[in-house]
Design a protein around this ligand. Structure first.
Ligand code: TXA
Ligand code: MG
Length: 325
């Protein structure tokens, strides 16, 4: 069902158009194959999470064509500028302060104030980025828990039918995910060891601390990430009984009465649409002058798992654990 396409110009054009339409494409990079979607399109990014069946929304790496393009989405200090100009294009991801209102989907950065960004070296990835003109959010193109793909055929083995096309760029030269360096805080840290050695990085930045999660993921100290997911006003999960001046984050058609304001994640009950709306609706309700936000129950299936995970974390970090009806 998913087609492997030889990387000839008409196929690059076809894949660029597919991405512009909000669909996903498997792309070769020098590290591993990526499951790419338009990083400016919340719904395309939601589709990435749905295809990978990830039970939570980790922030994704945004791929861009060059340093100039990266500067549209991230703030570069002198260290970032230096290390990027030496190692890009290549297997290095930088975590940097995100530019405000740059258009990057909130789901791509998991609503964090930082963005992970890299310029891949693979010529086919380069051609697609150039031709499409889009920043591409791309995790490794495998189901959650599977091994990262280093051949087009691996993408099919893990994700057949979840995306229309994989561009065939042959075997990945590096075969290991990119090294992630966090330059968003005062001291540089390595969040994931990967395809770029640490020595040449340290030759530029000096000694760096390595904070790697054992499962190969790269999230900062959990508390640091959690804090940013929480709205400022109390969040009550699985509730449909209004409190005074309370807003409702709804799901589905069956909307209870009595709320000061209702924003619906998805009237048709589509979890992909709901995921695409999650952060922006939470954000809007948080700033709307309400006393609290009640969230209707969301089924624990498909992307509903990740949506509920995110909402529960937001609640936990507010210490308002559940619906105290
Ligand atoms: O080589 C690679 O990096 C591949 C290819 C496709 O480019 N991509 C990849 O993406 O490995 P993924 O989603 O599997 O890994 C992204 C990692 C995750 O562990 C995530 O937690 C971390 O990057 N990450 C993304 N944004 C972050 C941020 N703002 N702060 C800290 N960590 C972040
Ligand atoms: Mg991965």
């Amino acid at each position: 069902m998913t087609q492997i396409l030889p990387p000839i110009p008409p196929n690059i054009a076809l894949c660029a158009e597919t991405l512009r339409q909000g669909d996903l494409v498997g792309i070769p990079t020098e590290t591993v194959y990526g499951l790419a979607g338009n990083a400016l399109d919340e719904r395309a990014v939601a589709r990435i999470f749905a295809a990978k069946t990830r039970p939570s929304f980790n922030p994704l790496i945004v791929h861009v064509v060059n340093l100039a393009a990266a500067k549209r989405y991230a703030e570069f200090g002198p260290e970032a500028e230096k290390i990027a100009s030496i190692f890009w294009p290549g297997p290095l991801t930088l975590v940097l302060p995100a530019k405000k209102n740059s258009g990057i989907a909130r789901l791509a950065t998991a609503n964090l104030p930082t963005i992970a960004i890299r310029v891949p070296a693979h010529p086919i990835a380069q051609q697609l980025l150039q031709y499409s003109g889009l920043p591409l959010a791309a995790p490794s193109a495998n189901q959650s828990g599977h091994i990262s793909p280093t051949k087009a055929q691996h993408v099919i083995e893990s994700l057949d039918g979840k995306l229309p096309y994989v561009l065939n760029g042959g075997d990945c030269r590096v075969g290991l995910e990119s090294t992630i360096v966090d330059l968003s805080e005062s001291k540089p840290t390595i969040l994931r060891l990967g395809g770029l050695d640490i020595e040449p990085i340290e030759a530029i930045l000096g000694k760096v601390t390595v904070h790697q999660k054992t499962d190969g993921g790269a999230v900062k100290a959990p508390g640091m990430l959690l804090r940013h997911y929480a709205p400022k006003i109390p969040l009550r999960l699985g509730c449909d009984n209004p409190r005074p001046n309370e807003a409702l984050l709804a799901f589905g058609m069956d909307i209870p009465n009595g709320f000061a304001k209702v924003l619906n994640l998805s009237a048709i009950g589509d979890p992909i649409e709901a995921a695409a709306n999650l952060y922006s609706h939470l954000h809007d309700l948080d700033l709307g002058g309400f006393s609290s936000i009640a969230v209707m129950p969301i089924p624990e299936t498909g992307l509903g798992l990740a949506i509920n995970d995110r909402l529960r974390r937001a609640c936990e970090s507010q210490k308002e654990l559940s619906c105290a009806s």
